[in-house]
Design a protein around this ligand. Structure first.
Ligand SMILES: C[S@@+](CC[C@H](N)C(=O)[O-])C[C@H]1O[C@@H](n2cnc3c(N)ncnc32)[C@H](O)[C@@H]1O
Length: 298
């Protein structure tokens, strides 16, 4: 990361902390709340308090929220919400959803609850909430923590790394027909040790698509990890969808290069258009698999 960006980053962290301190003394003004939001949205990552907290840039959060198109009354979970990059895009898209955010860091959870007072923000370890949210969500959307060594007993297939646990939790929290949209490290899609997880995912879900993101996506968050977006839909019990089309796209441009210089090019609009062209055909296969029972309940 270059010095100018690092300075901006740390100034952002300092200012966010200052505003958090003010919030302990009195209610924040609308301007202060807007400032807090601006500090953590923009290009993402400006208010990371710790080195493993890489926030998603707005161009990606709004793209992904458009793709999943949350409907009125949906229960939506962002289980590693940071200071709210996805909460921001979700509430802008549809303010009529029941939104829950979980975040381990006290400061970040505090920022999320100040900026998104209508959302239910829980400060805690998301993996402790599996039983509470199991089977309740229409949508789970996040960029979860990657590569953190994790061991939990009540998980069926996840092993070793945090992203495996978050993926299993996302799927288990969905109702049949619910959608999971996660940004994941590319290894999870191809490593041999994650094969059991992929097999389990295909048993539980209809795989909807993958969008590969370029390395520079998280430049402003201070990391060059290669990621992809995964979209899947929880199966309706006892039904298979047959040979349905799956969406695959490679995004090469997100608006800046791998030194953070604006390029004026972004592939995400084109990708979204292509997805919505395919979606009716995909939906026709997947929706036909509903039973009377599922239709009544969802
Ligand atoms: C990669 S960042 C992404 C934040 C946010 N989802 C976004 O897209 O901007 C992952 C977040 O997960 C949080 N986190 C790490 N372990 C967690 C856990 N066990 N439960 C809840 N949050 C956790 C970190 O503090 C960090 O804010």
């Amino acid at each position: 990361m270059n010095r100018r960006l690092a300075r901006k980053w740390y100034d952002g962290i300092d200012r966010a902390k200052e505003i958090l301190d003010i919030s302990k003394e009195r209610d924040l003004t609308l301007e202060e709340i807007e400032e807090l939001k601006t500090l953590h949205t923009g290009y993402g990552g400006l208010t990371s308090f710790k080195s493993d907290q890489f926030f998603t840039p707005e161009v990606v959060t709004s793209f992904l929220v458009d793709m999943v198109d949350p409907k009125d009354g949906w229960n939506v979970l962002e289980f590693s919400c940071g200071c709210g990059a996805f909460l921001n895009a979700l509430t802008q898209k549809n303010s009529n959803i029941n939104l829950t955010g979980i975040e381990l860091s006290y400061d970040l959870a505090q920022i999320a609850s100040l900026c998104y007072p209508k959302a239910n923000i829980i400060r805690g370890d998301a993996l402790d909430y599996l039983a509470e949210f199991e089977g309740r969500m229409n949508l789970v959307i996040s960029n979860p923590p990657f590569g953190m060594p994790t061991v939990r007993k009540n998980f069926e297939v996840a092993r070793r790394a945090s992203e495996q646990y978050f993926l299993e939790m996302a799927v288990r929290c969905l109702k049949p027909g619910g959608v999971v949209a996660l940004i994941l490290p590319e290894g999870i899609f191809c490593n041999s040790h994650t094969k059991p997880l992929r097999k389990w995912l295909m048993e539980k879900c209809y795989y909807l698509g993958t969008i590969s993101l370029p390395i520079q996506t998280f430049y402003f968050a201070g990391t060059g990890v290669k990621t992809s977006i995964m979209l899947a839909k929880k199966k309706y019990p006892g039904h298979e969808a047959g040979n349905y089309p799956v969406f695959m796209a490679i995004c090469e441009e997100v608006g800046w290069d791998n030194r953070g210089k604006p390029t004026g090019k972004c592939d995400l609009d084109k990708i979204r258009e292509a997805y919505f062209e395919l979606k009716p055909e995909q939906d026709a296969y997947l929706e036909n698999s509903k039973t009377e029972f599922d239709v009544i309940n969802f």
